[in-house]
Design a protein around this ligand. Sequence first.
Ligand code: VG1
Ligand code: CO
Length: 543
Amino acid sequence: MAVLTIATQAFPDQRPGTSGLRKKVSVFQQPHYLENFVQSIFEAIPDRKGKTLVLGGDGRFFNREAVQIILRMAAANGWGKVMVGRGGLFSTPAVSAVIRAHHAHGGIILSASHNPAGPHHDFGIKYNISNGGPAPEKITDAIWASSKSIQSYQILDTADVDLDHDGAFQLGDMTVEICNPVWDYAELMARIFDFEALRRLFNGNFRMRFDAMHAITGPYALEILENQLGAAAGTVVNGIPLTDFGGGHPDPNLVYAKSLADYLFGEEAPDFGAASDGDGDRNMILGRQFFVTPSDSLAVLAANATHIPGYHGGLKGVARSMPTSQAVDVVAQKLGIPHYETPTGWKFFGNLLDAGKITFCGEESFGTGSDHVREKDGLWAVLAWLSVIAATGKSVAEIVTRHWQEFGRHYYTRHDYEGIPASAGEEIMATLTAQLPVLAGQTLAGRIVQTADDFAYTDPIDGSISSHQGLRLLFSDGARLVFRLSGTGTEGATLRIYHEHLEQDAARQQLDPQRVLRELIALGKDLTRIEKLTGRKAPTVIT
Ligand code: VG1
Ligand code: CO
């Protein structure tokens, strides 16, 4: 089998975003587009020769074709072995688990996460390093640099391989191993959680629904919840991954997982409901007639971690992304453990996890996880909640309400304006940035602005600096208003405005967040002049 060197021309738009390169499928289908980016990844990993790579994706349209191309390129670029999930499938947290379990050098994940899938929608690709986590900026910058100067790529001249049967075979000098995508992950979960206790929970009256939204978590949830833990057949719905995710938008929130939310808020509601996103790293947690915000979920799990065998010894520390509410900080202070604030994106937790500074971390965008892998992990969060329910015997609503009484309630909401013109997004951020110096000290929305800044982060482990990570108004009463542009969209710009206010008084902890936060919401709209610049009167998504 000959290695072909194919001449190519650089594409100017291959800069990785918050989570890898995400584009429309049609962009990836252009001749050489995927190949250029894959070669650029390999150039950024010069010590790859003879090493093991893990490869798989969320099953969306173009997943299989991309796996075939990447296998041929990996064989031509000196990799020793590639472990592929059967059918070319792997969830994001499973890739992280497999990299770690098999001491692989890295992994390639094919996914655009919660973005819709199909020929007219999105595809994505990202590289994870040997700790199992997303490549840090040093590497993504090197990938981007390569993509701008690439002139050729290497690919093995050979036919497609069989992805659907477990086993190993040679592709040129490289070994391909097709494996069960669920196996290592399920085994890791069984080591962290008390599966016996969870089986007892499901043996009793406890009922739940897990909505896999026709995306990758279906096979994982079926195996773990129904087969291993004995949850009733039918607990997992929409459990078969489809290339177009059934035409849906697998983003686990109240808007896109509406049928699950309706069920949990309806007459026939079970005790517990959860959903995951396209690639299985996000989670939404619902109780009967009760929605848990992701920021609260992180705080509650941190406060209850010792109920889970994997964390019996307590937490070393916790971290949250900057826009995530400060609920977990309050828990950390009470527990007497450190807490960290990082920029948006899981890659910023990697160093803290590797250095043993933190055990749990999370983001407001329905991401929660721990040091068991280096990605956020949807099913892990579900099992963690089930463990807390099993150990305390309390309902989700009781657990969260008591948490608020003890720690205060951080009212929180994020308003997204999706698909606004890129120029409007840039203008909003530039104008706001220019205003920051005069905002400090003013009284706005009935509160005094203590600090108004452009968030920059210095990694405490390697000292690397990441600037322009979001604009913040920090008020003297602890409230916050944060503005960011999304780094994962594929059309125009998405403005995200995050609002937060702490309520200590238990008598005022059962109100509607949109009402409690209305002054901050109005202020955010005013400061961005969103309606004037885009004609948008209201956000497209509220979480
Ligand atoms: C969004 C979220 C961020 C998350 C990222 C990747 O990024 O806000 O918290 O880490 O998606 O998640 P952005 O730049 O669009 O705000 V996933 O599940 O899409 O890999
Ligand atoms: Co995701």
